[in-house]
Structures are given as structure tokens and as C-alpha cells.
Design a protein around this ligand. Structure first.
Ligand code: THU
Length: 160
């Protein structure tokens, strides 16, 4: 038997420690929570993507009375970015979440389905996506999906 240890790196930063560009993207993600449609959960999520050409796009979670028909902020944003700018890699994705009591204290982790879409987006553009998870108390910076979705299943398995 051998044990395989995976090395995952997450940087915890304060808002002031972010670069100006990352602060701007985080602010856009926070702002995007205001456009969330989340009457069922009351959990408003916003995301902002910075693309290789410098464009930014934002999105928010969109719920539905038939619950599984709704979609998370991260996927709304990534799919919107990819459909508007199909030839532009996503460089950074910032995510923020808010309830009626305000922005959540701990960094908002993306769900499994969104991690899978992040993985495919990275693979599509052959470039890691930096991910900023906003929390009021601290912000996590992750340098690529490998630190968010280890042991991942991607399209490369299908051609093996
Ligand atoms: N949600 C997101 O938009 N992103 C996440 O990372 C986690 C969850 C949404 C889905 C649903 O509308 C609400 O938050 C509660 O799960």
C-alpha cells in the first residue's frame, strides 16, 4: 500500500493585500450579488471574470421554482464569458456571497458542478484560472483548479 499525498495551496489575504486589479474584480463580484435572483435560498452569489483581453463579465445565481433548473453565479458567469468571448481565456474569477445579514464572513467555496466547469474552462484555454473567494474576514486566493478540484475527471480521459 502506498499513500498519495496531494499538495494544495490556498493563500488567505485581507482585502488590502489584494492587488488593485483583484480588488476591482472582487468589488465587481460583490456588486453582482445585487443582481442575483435567489428568492428561494436568500443566498445571493455574484461572480466576476477577468478575461485575457482585459474585458470583465459578471454574473449571479439565478434560481427557479423547479430548483434544479436554477444555476450558480460561477457557471452563469463562465458560460456568459465563453459565449460572448469564445476566444478569450478566463484569467481570474472572483466570487462573493451575501445573505440578508450581509456578506458572508468566510470565503465562499464554489460547488462541485462549478468546479467541474472551471476545470473545463481552464483546459479549453490551456491556462490556469486564478480564483478569488471573497469573505468579509479573509479572502482566499487559489492559483488554479488543481487546488480546488484535485483528482479531477476531464476530457483528456475520454481520448485514452
Ligand atoms: N450558489 C452559487 O451561486 N454558487 C456557489 O458557489 C454556491 C451556491 C447558489 C446556488 C443557489 O442559488 C444558492 O446559492 C443556494 O445554494
Amino acid at each position: 500500500m502506498k499513500e498519495i499525498k496531494l499538495d494544495i495551496r490556498i493563500r488567505a489575504l485581507s482585502y488590502n493585500e489584494l492587488s488593485e486589479e483583484d480588488r476591482r474584480l472582487t468589488d465587481l463580484a460583490k456588486e453582482a450579488t445585487r443582481r442575483s435572483y435567489s428568492p428561494y435560498s436568500g443566498f445571493s452569489v455574484g461572480a466576476a471574470a477577468l478575461l485575457a483581453n482585459g474585458a470583465t463579465v459578471t454574473g449571479s445565481n439565478q434560481e427557479n421554482a423547479a430548483y434544479p433548473s436554477g444555476i450558480c453565479a460561477e457557471r452563469t458567469t463562465l458560460f456568459y464569458a465563453n459565449s460572448q468571448y469564445p476566444d478569450q481565456a478566463v484569467k481570474t474569477l472572483a466570487i462573493a456571497a451575501r445573505t440578508v445579514s450581509g456578506f458572508i464572513d468566510t470565503p465562499i467555496p464554489p460547488c462541485g458542478a462549478c468546479r467541474q466547469v472551471l476545470l473545463e474552462t481552464e483546459q479549453r484555454y490551456h491556462q490556469p484560472i486564478r480564483i478569488l473567494l471573497y469573505g468579509e474576514k479573509e479572502i482566499y486566493q487559489i492559483d488554479g483548479v488543481k487546488d480546488l478540484l484535485p483528482l479531477s475527471f476531464g476530457g483528456d480521459f475520454l481520448s485514452k
